[in-house]
Design a protein around this ligand. Structure first.
Ligand code: G1P
Length: 290
């Protein structure tokens, strides 16, 4: 296993039915929050954490994601000729030269664990990150960077967690374990989407993982889990029997952009924080007199 986390898996094959009709003909990962598609936030977070190999597990109708991270030759020539350097920089920064994008197809939507397994040959024997673009994470230090720092110290899998309301345990992988320090938990149990009365705690897994390659074997050997899907959580439960896995309470804010409410909150808060748009947008919100 190599020392650094240089690979990240982005499972982007999901149908995005919760955002219909917006996602009828475009991937949900391409929905913009302010001025950037969701997937770009996740890729930028991974890049900031030192990841250079971005592995997208895609499905049908996901071509716009590939196009987004490709060179847009005509656009670049047009911007160059018009001497619009600032816009040109914006376009070029989507894929820095030292970043590699690789696409694997997930032919059937068999679950998150299955999506990660589709990247098995590309992951090989290296530790890797998994980022779910639905979860937009904002931290002064990017959340995956915080997790890489923990991985460097503990050399073990790290899952991002946050306290969730008891009535929401059915939406998350829920972990329980022993406190190592105020941010870190040595996980003893992990359960996918338990009912509140069955949940071992209220610590829910957010869509950021750093995993050791051993998890792939575990995912492959687990029976189908919740919803008849091959669950990443069940693979991690298997890994727990062989290796230490830590839960890390990240510093920052998570927007659940898989829900309309979370998506709207992200748009409002990120617009307010936007250096050019923020002040004017704030004035506008004040006029609404809610
Ligand atoms: C997935 C995982 C779940 C995790 C969640 C984070 O669920 O299966 O364990 O807590 O992501 O967003 P999904 O939201 O894809 O249903």
């Amino acid at each position: 296993m190599s020392a650094a986390v240089t690979k990240a898996v982005f499972p982007v094959a999901g149908l995005g039915t919760r955002f219909l009709p917006a996602t009828k003909a475009q991937p949900k990962e391409m929905l913009p929050v302010v001025d950037k598609p969701l997937i770009q936030y996740a890729v930028e977070e991974a890049y900031a954490a030192g990841v250079r190999e971005m592995i997208f597990v895609t499905g049908r109708h996901k071509r716009p994601i590939e196009d987004h991270f490709d060179m847009t030759f005509e656009l670049e020539v047009a911007l160059e000729q018009a001497q619009k350097q600032e816009l040109l920089d914006v376009v070029r920064s989507v894929k820095p030269d030292d970043m590699e994008c690789i696409y694997v197809r997930q032919a059937q939507a068999l679950g998150l664990g299955h999506a990660v397994l589709c990247a098995q040959r590309l992951i090989g024997d290296d530790p890797f990150a998994v980022l779910l673009a639905d979860d937009l994470m904002v931290g002064e230090t990017p959340v995956l960077q915080q997790m890489v720092e923990q991985f460097d110290e503990w050399r073990a899998s790290i899952l991002a967690v946050q306290e969730v309301p008891a009535e929401h345990t059915r939406r998350y992988g829920i972990v329980a374990g022993t406190e190592v320090n105020e941010r870190l938990l040595d996980i003893q149990r992990i359960v996918e989407k338990p009912a509140p009365e069955a949940a071992p705690s209220r610590l829910g897994v957010a869509g950021r993982y750093i995993l050791t390659p051993g998890v792939l074997r575990e995912i492959a050997s687990q029976p189908r889990g919740v919803g008849g899907e091959i669950q990443l959580t069940d693979g991690i439960a298997g890994l727990l029997r062989r290796e230490k896995v830590f839960a890390y309470r990240y510093e920052g804010r998570r927007y659940d952009c898989g829900s309309k409410e979370g998506f709207l909150e992200a748009n409002v808060e990120l617009a307010l924080a936007h250096p050019a748009l923020g002040p004017g947008f704030k004035q506008f919100l004040k006029t609404l007199a809610l």
